[in-house]
Design a protein around this ligand. Structure first.
Ligand code: SF4
Ligand code: SF4
Length: 358
């Protein structure tokens, strides 16, 4: 780890230099809030943004992507033959600027899901071209955040550079050789002095009291809390309220379920296979051949979502499936929230253990 200093007034120069060789995306202000988008002018980049509607997952897993084109024909033996040609969309040198620590945690989960064991070639092709420049969160995004509960207030080691605003400068930590090269080639930086490091330490210490806890239990207890409460009445209550709209999963930095569809051209010979975001909260998600739906009720679908966030993903990838970003809470029209639900399960469990308390 090497720490550098970039004076704030040098940031636009740094961004403009990067733009000469990279697609640079980052948080920009829109009419409805903040969103990750292409930075056309350095001034558009807003590093002091609270949060974005969608996380940067769209650059790793696009909402819709063609996986391959295919052509069907009858060969000389009279058998049907299918020729395929892989397609790799949106693969270009890209810098994602200003990623919060919670969203970096989401990216680290994606890296495990798509690159450990079976490697997803489409994900890998994009991932190899993406550099991440993080920004340290010095205050919560808003009341929906519970990153402190989920342990995502510090950056996981997926960044190439990580910036912390300290008074009139950014202190920049290098997380990879590529990050170091970026600074050397494009940044007007100096090595941090002892005084700079002392100021950084003060800034980081001062941030923690600004974040509050919202969960009544520790995150380590989530897998057992969900296991014990598989049959809880809370799921039925949530199922009565849920609209099954799928907004919560669409905005989530850790949701990655997708649908795969074949689209055959009108000539009945050429077509393409596409991958699209899907949502376990939609009725059709668990609909299988014969019309059977193995998660017919909304209650069972909501429970499944929570089991994945707090238990199943952890079992497979050793990381919880929720970063505490609060996006699902902001998106849900009926105010179904992660902290509210987990606390309700906790209370229901206490009530079961001690009925007199009710
Ligand atoms: S479940 Fe909600 S709070 Fe957790 S990571 Fe997804 S959107 Fe953020
Ligand atoms: S956003 Fe709310 S209403 Fe829509 S599916 Fe998710 S929990 Fe249900």
């Amino acid at each position: 780890m090497t720490l550098y200093i970039l004076p704030k007034e040098q940031l636009p120069v740094f961004v403009d230099k990067l733009k000469a060789d990279f697609r640079v995306v980052g948080p920009v202000k829109t009419e409805t809030g903040f969103a990750f988008d292409d930075i056309k002018q350095a001034e558009q980049l807003k590093l002091d943004y609270p949060t974005t509607i969608l996380p940067p997952k769209k650059y790793f897993l696009p909402q819709r992507e063609v996986l391959f084109n295919y052509h069907t024909s009858i060969n000389e033996k009279g058998a049907r033959q299918i020729d395929t040609e892989p397609v790799f969309q949106d693969v270009q040198p890209t810098i994602i600027f200003g990623v919060h620590t919670c969203d970096m945690t989401g990216i680290s989960l994606y890296d495990k899901v798509f690159l450990e064991g079976f490697k997803d070639e489409h994900y890998l092709a994009r991932r190899e071209q993406i550099l991440i420049i993080g920004i340290e969160c010095l205050k919560p995004c808003d009341d929906a955040s519970f990153c402190k509960d989920m342990g995502t207030l510090t950056a996981p080691p997926v960044y190439d550079l990580h910036m912390t605003e300290v008074e009139s400068r950014y202190l920049i930590d290098t997380g990879s050789e590529k990050g170091e090269e970026l600074l050397q080639k494009y940044g007007e930086v100096k090595l941090a002095t002892t005084d700079d490091i002392r100021d950084l330490s003060r800034t980081l210490s001062a941030k923690w009291p600004r974040f509050r806890h919202r969960l009544k239990m520790s995150r380590d207890q989530l897998p057992s809390l969900l296991t014990i409460n598989y049959g809880a009445i809370t799921w039925d209550h949530l199922g009565e309220r849920c609209l099954a709209c799928g907004s919560c999963t669409n905005v989530c930095p850790t949701c990655f379920c997708f649908d795969v569809q074949d689209e055959l051209d009108i000539n009945m010979q050429d077509g393409q296979r596409t991958r699209l975001w899907d949502s376990c909260q939609l009725h059709e998600f668990a609909l299988v051949a014969g019309g059977h739906n193995f998660r017919e009720s909304k209650a069972s679908r909501i429970r499944h979502r929570f089991m994945r966030k707090g238990k199943y993903i952890h079992q497979v990838h050793d990381i919880l499936g929720c970063t505490g970003c609060g996006r699902c809470e902001r998106a849900c029209l009926v105010n179904i929230t992660i902290p509210g639900t987990l606390n309700a399960l906790h209370d229901e469990m206490q009530l079961d253990a001690n009925p007199a308390a009710g």
